[in-house]
Write a protein that binds this ligand. Structure first.
Ligand code: FAD
Length: 386
């Protein structure tokens, strides 16, 4: 029997690839292995469900069983691949050794926690990076039977989206982060402050410029200690301090990796023959974009390559849409530090243009009503991976 084409990871990258592959090759044996439930869900919806108190089942479009049926693939759920033998073309799951013909790594990115979780409060501290995490946090919120006091640690895209969503759901939100303003890696500070103001106006409390110092049990909740000696009382803590590509498996198999992910060329080939990578775990020709449009383009290109038409991927000038209805934000961060940010607009309707030394547009950020200009500005900006 021919060894199957094997994909590790059933997130939007892994599933997106299988879907593209099936359109091009209805017969090839394929195995999809995933450490989670294997449900087909849209990760961006995780930070929109708490406002409407959506149960986890409403976020999953299909179960793993339905996915296996639809795509005529073997799907193994709650199964962690522990090792890859690139020379023998096998992988290991517990005592099992499985052969693969070609291997694709779509293992995503994991929350990076800047502290060791204290045992005494472990059951009240969460991060929400997949549907299983959403399930656990949803249960904890519902168990309170009243609006929760939630401390959100981190005010990047994920922290801000959850903060907005939880506040819209009636919960009392406090945000803690060392940076001076929200979305520090996506927008210049002036625009970050505009979002911060909109958050404050909606009743959230922001503790910017503050580090988390301790987490301690306090009655049924958590005391969140800050580095200035202040202490916040929370029922639950949501940690959103960044995501790191899950490269350990690839690294131990001898693939070239760095903090930016598994290194691939534009055909998504890793440094080891027969192994490709895509999605949040992949650093494609020096770029790890970590959002949906690039991974879907990668899935399309890789499906063609794996079915006999070698295809390079290109990313357009695709902006990120931050789901903060209190103040909509769109950003196309420049690939390198701009010579200057030119900021225009009034109130919270702001346009920030990142320019290089020659005055050319290399990125932008928009807030409020200015987000309408995203298409026009994206047309003038350079591609992420041209
Ligand atoms: P993941 O979804 O992380 O999937 C990784 C898979 O690998 C999982 O199935 C996991 O179980 C499996 N796995 C890992 N290690 C192993 C192993 N050893 N063995 C077996 N399986 C393994 N992007 C946008 O474009 N727009 C948005 O609005 C947006 N909103 C977002 C909101 C939130 C809250 C978050 C967290 C992200 C958001 N993103 C958004 C980013 C986007 O969702 C991700 O880029 C995308 O979902 C990543 O998909 P992936 O398949 O690469 O990784």
């Amino acid at each position: 029997m021919t060894a199957p084409l094997t994909i590790i990871g059933s997130g939007m990258a892994g599933l997106g690839l299988v879907r593209q592959l099936r359109q091009l090759d209805p017969a090839r044996p394929m195995t999809l292995i995933t450490a989670d439930s294997g449900d087909d869900y849209s990760k961006p919806l995780l930070s929109t469900g708490f406002a409407k108190r959506l149960p986890p089942s409403r976020l999953a479009a299909r179960s793993a069983l339905e996915v296996a049926d639809e795509l005529d693939a073997v799907v193994r759920t709650h199964t962690r691949v522990e090792a890859i033998d690139a020379a023998a073309r096998t992988l290991t799951i517990g005592a099992e050794t499985l052969p693969w013909s070609e291997l694709v790594l779509a293992t995503g990115a994991a929350p990076a926690w800047p502290f060791t979780l204290p045992e005494a409060v472990a059951e009240r501290i969460f991060s929400v990076n997949d549907l299983d995490d959403y399930r656990a946090f949803h249960v904890a919120l519902e168990a309170l039977g009243r609006p929760a006091r939630v401390a959100v640690i981190g005010l990047g895209l994920v922290g801000c989206e959850f903060a907005n969503d939880l506040a819209a759901g009636g919960h009392a939100v406090e945000l803690v982060a060392p940076e001076p303003a929200p979305l520090p890696r996506l927008v210049p500070e002036t625009l970050g402050h505009a979002l911060g103001e909109a958050f404050r106006e909606a009743g959230m409390r922001l503790h910017t410029g503050r580090q988390l110092a301790r987490l301690e049990a306090e009655g049924d909740g958590v005391a969140v200690g800050l580095d200035d000696g202040a202490s916040l009382s929370a029922d639950l803590v949501l940690v959103a301090t960044g995501l790191r590509p899950r490269t350990a498996l690839a690294e131990s198999a001898g693939l070239t990796v760095s903090q930016a992910g598994i290194h691939t060329d534009r055909r998504l080939a890793t440094s080891v023959p027969g192994i490709h990578a895509l999605g949040d775990v992949a650093c494609v020709d020096g770029v790890n974009a970590m959002y949906v449009q690039p991974l879907l383009a990668s899935a399309k290109a890789l499906a063609r390559t794996l079915t006999g038409t070698p295809t390079s991927v290109a990313y357009g000038p695709w902006p990120v849409l931050v789901k903060t209805p209190l103040l909509p934000v769109v950003a196309l961060p420049p690939a390198r530090a701009p010579a200057r940010w030119r900021i225009e607009g009034e109130g919270r309707d702001l346009i920030a243009l990142a320019e290089n030394e020659a005055g050319e547009l290399i990125g932008f950020a928009l807030t409020g009503r200015a987000v309408r200009r995203k298409v026009e500005l994206a047309r003038a900006a350079p591609p992420l991976l041209g």
